[in-house]
Design a protein. Structure first.
Lengths: 234, 287
């Protein structure tokens, strides 16, 4: 479904990613772990169209998207949940969800989709008219993920959903992500919190200093001695 | 004396309504496109001249002229975005300001060349209404309610339509809005078009009240900017409130003293508010 091949990219002349090759198959949950500054956010930004690669190609369902505008990529079915959620602070919970349904094909299903979200998250329903900037960290992350679902995406990209959240809340957020995965969405998630994130992974990549240094199915990851020591604290 | 002040207060209130429209347009453009439209007053001037040319020189009925002017100014806004602002979106802020300031010179001199320096007016007569000791120009009354109706329509548009929602989203976070399927570039065009159309509407309301000349825009630009900054730049409600404050204060001061001193008082209030609360009445502090 998503193919990134030999991607070289960064910010202007400052190259962050060196020959990145990753793949997400339909319905798969793929996790990219790595330390701070490894380039995880940069990778997702390239796929979302916010940055243009210097070299390499990005393909979605067989179509080249590395030169497309972000809004086109969103219409093709890739949703992006940035770090911290990045909700629209002066729009209400309800309005944030509504923006998520902006693509024409998503507007028809908006009312049902909103009801589903409110059923899953009664707390968001209670706060439906509250400004998004006034929600707690966990609520914001939930809203951001729910917002991304409004567009009826095929692939959901999550940038460090656990960042800044208390462990109990992180567990809930990851539970939710796992549920989304079982519903059939393809998920590409980047995370610093390798231990928790790898529980969700079907396939995983290790990104260090802009390079993929290891990849494999979940058990391969969990059993690799270097990863166990450096990222799982075992 | 009390009657005079009361009259001035009410007339200032009425004027405030139209100023609120101007402030809305400026705030919308600043909030969304993140640009200070230096030539906004000149847009109003051009709209006025257009209505004059159509009505007086080409004998088109006034209402039709106004409608054409609103559409034409909207188109001018889109053209300005296309030729001037879009190419400069990623340029240093100063370049954008200078380019728009350049428009001021172009428009004013264009008006001078085409229509000359004389004051031009449209000969329409609205009656003066009498309510007890209150004397109101019905043209001002009409402008006031027209402005409020326009603002109400704009509010509905921004809050009840997908396009309006997209505009508000882009104003808050253009990058994330793009990832939700919103083409920010299109939104900028729509915003500049709407802002332009607003100047046409303001010009239409001004036709029975003022006469136009090539420097008509300048007198309003300063007032409009004071209102916008006083209310908090980019804040639509703030602009609305401060438009009425400035309208009433200048009107009362003009009656109690002179027009010049009224302007001084308005500016003094502005300076005082800036000293105490630099972000404006409803503005947010940028850390």
């Amino acid at each position: 479904m998503l193919r990134v091949r030999d991607l070289v990219g960064g910010y202007g002349d400052f190259i962050v990613l060196h020959n990145i090759t990753i793949e997400v198959n339909p319905g798969q949950t793929v996790i990219v772990v790595g330390p701070n500054g490894a380039g995880k956010t940069t990778l997702l930004k390239h796929i979302a169209g916010l940055l243009k690669p210097k070299k390499g190609i990005i393909e979605f369902n067989g179509q080249r998207i590395d030169s497309c505008s972000p809004y086109k990529i969103s219409e093709l079915g890739i949703a992006f949940v940035p770090e911290g959620g990045r909700l629209f602070p002066y729009l209400s919970v309800y309005e944030n969800l509504k923006v998520g349904s902006y693509p024409k094909h998503a507007r028809r299903t908006f009312s049902e989709a909103v009801e589903e979200v409110f059923e899953l998250f009664p707390v968001l329903k209670d706060r439906r008219n509250q400004l998004a900037g006034s929600l707690s960290g966990g609520e914001r992350q939930m809203l951001a993920i729910a917002r991304s679902l409004m567009a009826q995406p095929k692939l959901i990209m999550l940038d460090e959903p656990s960042l800044g959240l208390a462990p109990k809340i992180v567990a809930r957020v990851f539970e939710f992500i796992k549920e989304i995965g079982t519903k059939g969405y393809s998920i590409l998630m980047v995370e610093q919190n390798a231990k928790k994130a790898l529980q969700l992974a079907e396939y995983a990549y290790l990104l260090e200093s802009g390079e993929i240094t290891f990849e494999g199915v979940r058990d391969e990851f969990l059993q690799n001695p270097y990863i166990k020591k450096a990222y799982l604290g075992i | 004396m009390v009657e005079q002040v009361l009259n001035a207060a009410v007339n200032g209130l009425l004027l405030g309504g139209v100023l609120a429209l101007l402030a809305f347009g400026l705030n919308l453009i600043f909030g969304v496109v993140k640009i200070i439209h230096m030539a906004y007053g000149q847009f109003v001037m051009l709209g006025f001249y257009l209505i004059y040319a159509l009505t007086v020189q080409l004998h088109v009925p006034l209402l039709i002229s106004c409608i054409i002017a609103v559409a034409a100014m909207g188109a001018l806004g889109v053209v300005t975005q296309y030729l001037l602002i879009d190419p400069l979106l990623n340029a240093p802020r100063l370049n954008q300001l200078l380019a728009l300031a350049g428009l001021i010179i172009i428009f004013e001199n264009l008006a001078m060349v085409i229509w000359g320096a004389d004051y031009r007016g449209i000969p329409i007569h609205f009656p003066i209404l009498n309510f007890g000791s209150l004397y109101l120009r019905s043209s001002c009354l009409f402008a006031f309610f027209g402005a409020l109706a326009t603002l109400a329509l704009l509010y509905v548009f921004l809050h009840k339509t997908y396009l309006g929602l997209a505009i508000r989203a882009v104003a808050q976070d253009a990058e994330v809005a793009q990832t939700m399927g919103i083409n920010s570039r299109t939104i900028y065009f729509v915003t500049m078009g709407a802002g332009g159309a607003l100047t046409g509407i303001v010009a239409a309301f001004f036709t029975p009240i003022y006469t136009v000349h090539p420097h008509f825009g300048s007198s309003f630009t300063i007032m409009a900017f004071i209102i916008v900054v006083l209310g908090g730049m980019g804040n639509l409600l703030g602009g609305f409130i401060s438009a009425f404050i400035i309208g009433i204060v200048t009107s009362i001061s003009a009656v109690l003293t002179t027009t010049e001193i009224a302007d001084i008082i308005a500016l003094l209030i502005f300076v005082l508010v800036m000293l105490v609360r630099p972000q404006g009445i409803l503005g947010t502090r940028v850390a």
